[in-house]
Design a protein around this ligand. Structure first.
Ligand code: ZN
Ligand code: ZN
Length: 167
């Protein structure tokens, strides 16, 4: 080995060290960012307001809501925990509520209510597509992206100073 060859070899191994060092730094900073994210999400989860739970604070029977029949007819009437018959064809109508998805915007839905064991009224079922109903858990979620939906302001349960819990 000549002197030049040795020098080149040393430089190359030095370059490899630098690359390895940069890789490690990248891994460390990524891990740190991930850790920060986990902490932030954790804090948000612990401190999130309970207001978005699906339970309804005020009785739906005291509110004027929009009902929609499977034939598309809509009418205004007092809320009810059981469905209401459409005045036109006598078919079962359901309460129409518009929700907002952070990604997809307005999402029109039909909802059906039920009474929990503790007597509280809650949204029990939701339909985003004609004739397709699904049970609602703690939160209403967008059927396309799974994001939590919030009721649009027109929602009757959001009225009254915003202190009411909404479906
Ligand atoms: Zn009808
Ligand atoms: Zn969505």
């Amino acid at each position: 080995m000549t002197d030049t060859e040795i020098r080149v070899e040393t430089m190359e191994s030095h370059r490899v060290d630098v690359a390895e060092q940069q890789r490690k730094t990248t891994v460390y900073s990524f891990s740190a960012a991930a850790a920060v994210c986990i902490v932030v999400i954790g804090v948000w989860w612990m401190t999130r307001p309970a207001a978005s739970r699906v339970a309804v604070q005020r009785s739906i029977t005291s509110m004027q809501v929009t009902w929609q029949c499977p034939d598309g007819t809509t009418f205004e009437d007092r809320g009810s925990i059981i469905g209401k018959a459409c005045p036109h064809g006598n078919r079962r109508a359901d309460v129409r509520v518009t929700y907002v998805c952070p990604r997809h915007g307005d999402r029109a839905a039909l909802v059906r209510y039920a009474r929990s064991l503790n007597g509280q009224e809650r949204v029990a079922e939701v339909s985003f597509r004609h004739g397709v109903w699904r049970p609602v858990g703690q939160y209403l979620r967008c059927p396309d992206c799974g994001a939590r939906l919030i009721p649009k302001e027109a929602d009757p349960f959001a009225a009254g100073g915003g202190s009411l819990r909404s479906p």
